[in-house]
Design a binder for this molecule. Structure first.
Ligand code: FES
Ligand SMILES: [Fe+2]
Length: 430
């Protein structure tokens, strides 16, 4: 249980709030590069700030204030140019650093004044990695954008899925260090939804949590599983400060504002041996729905179940009313680390998980359970006869709404037919 002040501290992300300032020290994934094959501007809201992300005709990304500094027109309907974006209202043009590079009327009528040299718009650095576009909303020189090893795995078909979940980011991130929900939400409740049977699977016998440089690992031991199992020995990664790494996929919980979170996931699937060597030209990005046509939260897919749980905790979970228990040890560790890091930030100390030297930022490995399953080369026949692997090949189990075009791309890349998820996943020890 937390006090209201502590709960506010963890959940409020605006530029003047301590957590908002802490999170602004880290890069945030905000879009997929492939989205800009079909559009050149995109309105984004990040950490409570209204912004527009654009790709100019020179192929460079920029992230600037959504509203033009002149009279506040919406730059998400602006025009991109060889360099920068031009407001569609009176034609002022800005570059990715936020400088006004053209002010058409003033430049024509009063060129000697060079008035534009004093005009700037809010602008933030943008980088690309892993097919994602990342933004840095902090002050000064940004740290290095982490180059996780998974981003350089070869022979993979990768897809990016983005969803807006209408609740606060912190309850989403608490899910990244919550092993027991897997047994109950995804296995037992998931089974009840599918079959109606009152039947429960293997129980957690013990859980453990450890901290490391880039976050935490959670460890589980379930009934019928030996202690030598990697789920107990290696554990899953709660990635600091707002991510989750499960081996073949990442999930990030990116705060849109205090009441909405952008779920961004990145999923790699190793292509079968017969399709190697495989080079993916463009990583598709698709938008996963959270609600069905009747406005009900979708409950059929793994991450949709998570979304439903997070939203069910309230727009901002009221932690003054909770009753933590033994399985929440990791959640307590993570909250304490955030409180401690807020202190470090106030003292201007070195924050957790920062990468500042380029030689350290090359294919950084993360702890990975069943890593051989993710990256091992297998034939189509071996995949098809693998009881726990094949369900992850034959359909996208994590989120509802995979578009037909992505299904077709996956089918071509994997050499086996990718279908709609039929709701039957043989549980891994995940
Ligand atoms: S409002 Fe943008 S140029 Fe006038
Ligand atoms: Fe989950």
């Amino acid at each position: 249980m937390l006090s209201k002040e502590q709960n506010d501290l963890l959940t409020q992300v605006g530029p003047n709030k301590p957590m908002g300032q802490l999170l602004r020290h880290y890069w945030m994934p905000i879009a997929g590069e492939s989205e800009f094959e079909a559009l050149n501007t995109k309105a984004v809201k990040l950490l409570g700030e209204e912004l527009v992300l654009y790709k100019d005709l020179g192929g460079h990304y920029g992230l600037v204030d959504r509203h033009c500094v002149h009279r506040r027109a919406d730059l998400s309907t602006g025009m991109v140019e060889a360099e920068g974006i031009r407001c569609h209202y009176h034609g002022w043009r800005f570059n990715a650093q936020g400088a006004c590079t053209e002010q058409p009327y003033e430049d024509t009528a009063f060129p000697q004044l060079n008035a534009k040299s004093k005009i700037h718009i809010k602008a933030y650095p943008v980088q690309t990695k892993g097919g994602l576009i990342w933004a840095y909303l902090g002050k000064g020189e940004p740290p290095l954008l982490p180059d996780w090893e998974a981003f350089s795995w070869e022979n993979g078909f990768t897809q990016i899925v983005i969803s807006e979940v209408p609740c606060n980011w912190f309850q989403c991130q608490e899910n990244s260090i919550d092993p027991v929900h897997f047994e109950w939400m995804h296995e037992n409740w998931g089974n009840r939804l599918r079959t109606g049977e009152v039947k429960f699977g293997a129980k957690h016998l013990k859980v453990d949590f450890k901290e490391f440089e880039f976050g935490f690992t959670y460890h589980r031991l379930k009934e019928g599983v030996p202690e030598s199992d990697e789920a107990w020995g290696i554990g899953r990664v709660c990635l600091w400060p707002h991510g989750f790494f499960l081996g073949e996929h990442f999930e990030w919980r990116v705060p849109i504002d205090d009441e909405n979170t952008l779920s961004v996931s990145w999923k790699y699937t190793r292509v079968p041996q017969e399709k190697e060597p495989y080079v993916q030209k463009s990583i598709p990005t698709w938008h996963g729905p959270v609600f069905d046509e009747q406005g009900r939260a979708i409950n059929t897919h793994v991450m949709n179940q998570d979304f439903l749980a997070w939203m069910g905790q309230g727009v901002v979970a009221d932690r003054t009313q909770e009753r933590l228990s033994a399985s929440d040890k990791g959640i307590v560790m993570m909250r304490q680390r955030f409180f401690a890091e807020l202190e470090v930030m106030a003292q201007k100390g070195q924050l957790k998980g920062m990468i500042t030297q380029s030689h350290q930022n090359k294919a950084i490995p993360l702890p990975m359970v069943y890593g051989h399953q993710v990256t091992q080369s297998r034939t189509i026949e071996e995949i098809k006869s693998h009881p726990t692997l094949y369900p992850f090949y034959k359909s996208y189990v994590f989120q509802a709404g995979q578009p037909e075009r992505v299904k077709q791309l996956a089918t071509q890349a994997l050499g086996l037919e990718v279908q709609d998820f039929d709701g039957i996943v043989v549980p891994r020890q995940s």
